[in-house]
Design a protein around this ligand. Structure first.
Ligand code: ZN
Ligand code: ZN
Length: 380
């Protein structure tokens, strides 16, 4: 094993042992900063508490290309048996963002030694708050990325074999919208429900009616999900409460479908409020991510470089998970790929793990991608 590979593995293990959840990535940011400084890589003045944007200016003229890696962990208690398990209680790199951060740092270090071959500028976006769809939009607001011509990112995928890169034109992940519903009826003694207006019964109607949106309101080929994931109400066995709250999420791949679903949800709730003589409030959570939208040419280019870098490549159907990279793609043309990380547990599983040996080949892949992208863009 080369010293550089050992360096990557050590850095990843250190991140994995010290995971920090979204918007709390202070130590993670400090660790990345320390390494960038040690390798003489410029850091841009970013007005955010966590996250880093670094850059390398090449010796030759050319466009600005961005590589993005996300740095946050999840509020999950790690249950894996690996030797570098999380030391931070209640936090875990269960989505493998420790891999993404390490690869981005590794590519920056590699490219810092190749300035004579770099055309233009390469930006390295260490994005905080991916899991809550916060960081991408915040970073765009700083205007430090206004001049970027193309952006590339990746996610590890435990369901793909190691050495495989998967992508597709258009969406590869879903839009994520989240909502809260508050049903206000009238509380009563459990023995005298006729004197109240039971919000649980209304909540049950909401649950069933929402399940008709996809199955009975949208064409059968539509890919979308409406899920209620929380239901809270009551704190006594013999009291019917006044309110019940529900929360959930909508996933889709087409903004028009999202709008149709939202409209239908409002219609259903308005109807149920009248039918039940109750008050039903619906609120959409502000932080959300649209579906990723892979630029076809950049995706073909990223796939070609992957196969030149020794990966087997495959196309994929869009996944119903969300990915904040999509917010960058609202402004910057880009390509997002999935790369096999060797399972066996799914992303966000408390036993999630990934093989260290994927790191170096992916660093080499993104290094080639960054070196070749300016030529590709110039000839497009
Ligand atoms: Zn995740
Ligand atoms: Zn993730």
């Amino acid at each position: 094993m080369t010293t550089f590979e050992t360096y990557l593995i050590d850095f990843r293990h250190e991140l994995h042992q010290h995971p920090e959840i979204s918007k709390q990535e202070f130590e993670t940011t400090r660790r990345i900063r320390e390494q960038l400084i040690a390798h003489n890589i410029d850091i841009l003045p970013l007005s955010m508490p966590t996250g880093i944007i670094a850059e390398i200016k090449g010796d030759l003229p050319g466009p600005v290309i961005a590589l993005r890696g996300d740095i946050d962990a999840l509020p999950i208690e790690e249950e894996s048996n690996i030797s570098f398990r999380s030391l931070n209680k209640g936090a875990m790199h269960a989505c493998g963002h420790d891999l993404h951060t390490t690869v981005l740092l590794g590519a920056a270090i590699r490219l810092s030694q190749l300035k004579d071959k770099i055309k233009g500028t390469i930006r390295f976006i260490f994005q905080p708050g991916e899991e809550i769809a916060y960081g991408a939009a915040e970073m765009l607001k700083t205007h430090l990325l206004d001049d970027v011509s193309a952006i590339f990112g990746w996610h590890n995928d435990p369901e793909l074999p190691i050495g495989t890169v998967a992508s597709a034109h258009g969406p590869v992940t879903a839009s994520v919208d989240a909502f809260d519903i508050k049903i206000t009826g009238k509380g009563s003694h459990a023995a005298k429900p006729n004197e109240g207006n039971d919000p649980f019964i209304i909540a049950a109607q909401v649950l069933t009616a929402f399940q008709t949106i996809i199955s009975r309101y949208l064409p059968s080929q539509t890919n979308a999900v409406v899920s209620i994931t929380q239901m809270h109400g009551g704190n006594n066995r013999n009291v019917i409460p006044e309110t019940v709250s529900l929360s959930g999420t909508v996933r889709a791949f087409d903004p028009a479908i999202v709008e149709t679903i939202k409209k239908r949800m409002s219609q259903i709730l308005a109807g149920l409020a009248v039918t039940n003589d109750a008050k039903i409030d619906l609120e959409w959570v502000e932080e959300f991510s649209p579906a990723t939208n892979n630029n076809p040419e950049l995706t073909d280019f990223a796939t070609l470089v992957a196969s030149e870098s020794g990966f087997s490549t495959t196309s994929m159907s869009p996944l119903s998970i969300g990915e904040d990279f999509a917010n960058f793609q609202l402004q910057i043309p880009g390509a997002f790929v999935f790369i096999g990380s060797g399972g066996p547990y799914a992303l966000h599983h408390p036993k999630f793990e990934a093989d260290d040996k994927i790191l170096l080949p992916i660093v080499n892949y993104f290094t080639s991608l960054a070196l070749q992208a300016p030529n590709f863009i110039a000839n497009k």
